[in-house]
Structures are given as structure tokens and as C-alpha cells.
Ligand binder design. Structure first.
Ligand code: MN
Length: 244
């Protein structure tokens, strides 16, 4: 198989750690997971207009939407909740446009954490802006670094037995996952279906209902993949789909 090229939109790094130079980039764990799965990750910078964003997408075989900031609630018709976290308008615009384009084109798409939220909003769905204050009885999903290691198992998920995800992971009950999120899918967007839920009902994965390979998870498989064959298999299945 010719190694498939996987587009990954960058995120802004405002940390100033590089001599105050504004930077863009992507977390090593995503790059490592795609590389280990046989793919060629290609970073797409924020700041491109849509024609050039789509040009980048045309030259790639799959789209990976990674984790990061909260989504601006204006994108799904809500006012900001007091507990809304940091948002990035450039990243929202680029990733929503890329997600819509990938769905239209039938391009394989894997979305992680923020990515499932971007995909859902791109498909017309809505989000809980803050689980602890908006979902009564919810488990603790915001097990953030550095209070918790990024591979901390926070809860299990139950997976729809007839889903692509169940086939990839090799099981459909009590799959242990990490959880570094305080937002979640609320109303599910058009052309998507829920294929995994936490014990409290929070949506933890969706798949496309059409023929294309579209899979999004709320947990962080890239942090688990080095020690979990099932999570490494998720990236291999994505890269293999991109290679077809
Ligand atoms: Mn969770």
C-alpha cells in the first residue's frame, strides 16, 4: 500500500515558549499514532482561505481532527455558557469547513475529543458547553492533565455491537477509556449516529451513516495507543481506509 497522507489541521501555540515566537503545530501523540499506523501526517496551517484549505484536502487521503479548545457556541446557535473555556475562531472556521468538505467528498475522517465536537457541529448538531453544570448525574469526564496523567482511565464506554468501532476494537462492552473533556455531543448532527456512550449516557463516539469511513471518539486514543492494541487498531483502520 502506498502510505496514505493524513491531513491534520494545526493549532495555535500561544505559550511563547519558543522565544515568544507565535507558533502552530500539533501534539506529538497524534503524529506518532498516525506514523505508527503507516500513514504520512501532513500538518495544515490555520490562516488559509477555504479554496486553499480545500486544495490541501484534495492532496490528502484522510482528515484527522485533533483535540484542543472549546468550540464557539455561536456555531451551534447558543450564547456562551459561563464555564465555556478557551476558543479559537481561526481553528473553528478551518476545521468546520474541512469537516464539511471531507463529508461531502466521502474522505475518510477520524476525529478525536474536540474533533467529535467539530464534526457534530459541522453536521448541524449541538454541544453541551460544560458537562458538570449542564448534565445532572454525569460522571467525571474532565480528568485533565496535570491533575491526571493523559492515559488515566476515567470510565468505560459501551459500544453499539453493529458498529465499525466495535469491529475495530474487538469488543463492545466496558471498553476502558481516558476522558479529558468538559464538552460533549448534545443533539447529534445529520448523517451521524451514536455508537458509544459512557455509563451516564454521555456520547463518546459517533459514526457516519453513509458509506464513507467517518468515525469520531470523545476520548483520546492517541494517548492510549502505545500501550493498548485496540486503540492502535483504531488508527490503523483509519489509515487503511485512507489508503483505499
Ligand atoms: Mn468521557
Amino acid at each position: 500500500m502506498t502510505p496514505p497522507v493524513i491531513a491534520i489541521p494545526c493549532r495555535h501555540d500561544a505559550s511563547g515558549r519558543h522565544h515568544q515566537l507565535p507558533m502552530q503545530g500539533m501534539g506529538q501523540a497524534y503524529l506518532s499514532a498516525v506514523i505508527a499506523a503507516g500513514g504520512v501526517p501532513v500538518l495544515v496551517p490555520l490562516g488559509l482561505d477555504e479554496p486553499r484549505l480545500f486544495r490541501a484536502l484534495e492532496r490528502t487521503d484522510g482528515l484527522l481532527l485533533a483535540g484542543g479548545e472549546d468550540i464557539a457556541p455561536a456555531l451551534f446557535g447558543e450564547e456562551p455558557h459561563p464555564n465555556l473555556g478557551t476558543v479559537d475562531a481561526d481553528r473553528d472556521a478551518a476545521e468546520v469547513a474541512l469537516a464539511r468538505r471531507a463529508l461531502e467528498a466521502g474522505l475518510p475522517l477520524l476525529a478525536v475529543c474536540r474533533g467529535i465536537q467539530v464534526l457534530n457541529v459541522a453536521a448541524g448538531g449541538t454541544l453541551y458547553q460544560d458537562i458538570p453544570s449542564q448534565v445532572s448525574g454525569a460522571l467525571k469526564h474532565n480528568c485533565f492533565y496535570p491533575e491526571y496523567p493523559r492515559d488515566h482511565i476515567a470510565h468505560t464506554v459501551a459500544i453499539a455491537p453493529d458498529s465499525r468501532l466495535a469491529t475495530i476494537l474487538g469488543r463492545d462492552v466496558a471498553v476502558p477509556v481516558n476522558s479529558l473533556h468538559h464538552q460533549a455531543v448534545k443533539a447529534v448532527g445529520a448523517g451521524l449516529r451514536v455508537v458509544a456512550q459512557a455509563p451516564d449516557g454521555i456520547v463518546e463516539a459517533v459514526e457516519g451513516t453513509g458509506g464513507a469511513w467517518v468515525l469520531a471518539v470523545q476520548w483520546h486514543p492517541e494517548e492510549l495507543a502505545p500501550s493498548r492494541p485496540d486503540m492502535a487498531a483504531l488508527f490503523r483502520a483509519f489509515v487503511e481506509a485512507a489508503g483505499r
